[in-house]
Ligand binder design. Structure first.
Ligand code: ZN
Length: 256
């Protein structure tokens, strides 16, 4: 029961982090400040007051329309808020007040930011990648020097592998197949999930990309692939199921 309460409290925090993530999603690709100016309606320019800025609740009360001009407020706002709310509620509910829960919540929030931004703009801002890398390395320290070294090793694996893939892709196809954002992103992911997790994430990302992106874009030429979207999905799955998959794989190999 205690954990259910904790989950609800974490969920409320998550809604607020989701509200902030919305600001990041809109402003970071445009290189705008996250703190100034205050949010305003893009149509009529009216500043958004506090009562119209309450996660999810305000959007529902306003029926998705600006109080002043009636212009539609994107569904992205409440959806992102709810998603981040769940990303915070679930791990604290499940793991209690632990660093495992904090790590999952932070990682999930960063991955959502990356996935949505990459899908919309084909870029992955450094704030998510370098910023997330620093967070991942610091969280490693919670398990002492060995935890930090595990995170560092994961980051180096992610960075090195993607750098190699990018180099090989350019050699093979003569054009940029993977952006610098993907490389920095996998350094961040590695800090959170370790080197085995990096391998799973790359494999999973390629699989998801093939299963989802290719059928949607059959016959369309030269479509950009927002690979970060699929890497983000695979990284989230890796954090949740990675240990179980690695365990299964090791037992499978031993059984041969
Ligand atoms: Zn307006």
């Amino acid at each position: 029961m205690a954990n259910a309460f904790l989950g609800v409290v974490a969920g409320v925090f998550g809604l607020m982090f989701g509200s902030f993530l919305n600001v990041c999603i809109v402003r970071l690709p445009a290189d705008e400040s996250l703190v100034r100016p205050r949010s305003k309606c893009p149509k009529c320019g009216h500043a958004v007051g506090w009562r119209d800025n309450i996660p999810v609740v305000s959007w529902i009360l306003l029926r998705g329309k600006c109080r002043h001009c009636g212009d539609a407020i994107s569904l992205q706002y409440p959806v992102v808020e709810v998603l981040v709310g769940l990303v915070w509620a679930a791990p604290f509910w499940h793991y209690g007040l632990t660093d495992t829960a904090l790590k999952a919540a932070l990682f999930g929030t960063i991955l959502l930011g990356i996935g949505i931004t990459d899908a919309r703009h084909y870029i992955i801002p450094d704030e998510y990648t370098w910023g997330g890398l620093v967070i991942g390395l610091l969280l490693g320290f919670l398990h002492g020097l060995s935890g930090f070294l595990t995170a560092l090793g994961g980051a180096a694996t992610g960075f090195g592998l993607l750098l190699f893939v990018a180099w090989a892709g350019k050699k093979a196809f003569g054009k940029e197949a993977m952006g610098g954002g993907d490389i920095k992103m996998m350094a961040m992911v590695g800090a959170f999930v370790g080197w085995e997790g990096v391998l799973l994430t790359i494999f999973g990302g390629a699989l998801l990309g093939t299963l989802i992106f290719v059928p949607l874009n059959l016959g369309k030429k030269d479509r950009l692939v927002p690979f970060g979207v699929f890497l983000a999905g695979a990284a989230g799955l890796t954090l949740i199921f990675g240990d179980a998959i690695v365990d299964w794989y090791v037992r499978y190999i031993h059984g041969l």
